[in-house]
Ligand binder design. Structure first.
Ligand code: G
Ligand code: G
Ligand code: MN
Ligand code: NA
Length: 253
């Protein structure tokens, strides 16, 4: 309740901030993109992590205006980095199922792209498996129209959701994000290693790119490389950080 009452005011008072976590291409070692991750800079509580308020925002529907803010802010930042002379980065933004059910994601994305003039191909929308299996027809339409705008689509937390893989055929997905729960024990758990390798092989045969999440050690990175994973994201490279910190990180990379 405390959180819920605060969320609308937080929007009005501009208390949300985005942090960004770099994504590294394993072939070139270059930073090719970042994932935008929201935080609430609460006047008394300090930085509140998304796990504390996103579920409340989803229940109350406030995730729709918050999600609009995230899209706009992430696109604005991507253009600001370009204008500051940084190399082109893909900007990945998380979408909630509630934004599809209760909002018009397509209109929100169109507005964010128009207002910021970000090249659509530099925006990647992270969908969860739960988005793709609910209310299939409506979502199929929205996702198809989103794809026509030229944006990229990825599936977040891949492997944790649903066993039906038919949505990989129905939706024009670009990338699978291998969930960190499989990556964590890659070196010690043969089952996890088998799952990661299978996801990468599946993706390759469907012409999808793969990114491993939660990469924390050089050993994990080596194993992922041997499996043919395309990209990695995790504390081994960088934690989610402020826009300024990302710019310094890339300049010294
Ligand atoms: O940054 P952190 O690791 O604490 O993120 C935790 C979770 O919050 C992740 O699952 C992420 O998908 C979710 N999350 C972060 N930012 C956003 C956002 O802007 N919108 C939505 N819907 N979820 C987000
Ligand atoms: O959107 P998603 O649920 O995938 O959000 C990614 C979450 O994972 C964020 O909360 C981010 O802070 C967290 N994270 C990113 N890299 C690492 C990592 O290397 N290890 C762990 N434990 N968590 C990570
Ligand atoms: Mn994500
Ligand atoms: Na994820």
């Amino acid at each position: 309740q405390f959180i819920r009452n605060g969320l609308r005011r937080a929007l009005e008072r501009n208390e949300f901030v985005l942090h960004y976590q770099p994504q590294i291409d394993l072939a070139s070692g270059a930073i090719t993109g970042v994932e935008a991750l929201i935080r609430w800079n609460h006047p008394e509580l300090g930085m509140v992590p998304p796990a504390r308020f996103i579920p409340v925002a989803e229940e109350s529907g406030l995730i729709v205006p918050i999600g609009d803010w995230v899209l706009h802010e992430a696109c604005r930042q991507a253009v600001a980095w370009q204008n500051a002379g940084l190399p082109e980065l893909c900007m990945a933004v998380n979408l909630s199922a509630v934004q599809f059910k209760r909002g018009s994601v397509e209109q929100s994305v169109i507005h964010a792209l128009q207002e910021t003039r970000l090249t659509p191909a530099l925006l990647e929308l992270e969908l969860t498996e739960s988005i793709l299996i609910q209310n299939v027809e409506g979502v199929l339409d929205s996702v198809k129209r989103l794809k026509l705008l030229g944006v990229k689509l990825s599936i977040d937390d891949f492997g944790t959701g649903y066993s039906s893989l038919s949505y990989l055929k129905r939706f024009d997905i670009d990338k699978l994000k291998i969930d960190q729960s499989f990556v964590r024990d890659l070196g010690s758990d043969p089952d996890d290693a088998a799952i990661v390798r299978a996801i990468i092989q599946l993706a390759r045969s469907l012409n999808l790119r793969t990114i491993a999440e939660g990469v924390e050690t050089a050993d994990m990175l080596r194993q992922l490389g041997a499996f043919g994973c395309d990209e990695a994201q995790g504390y081994y490279f960088a934690r989610p950080m402020s826009a300024d910190a990302v710019a310094s990180y890339i300049r010294q990379a």
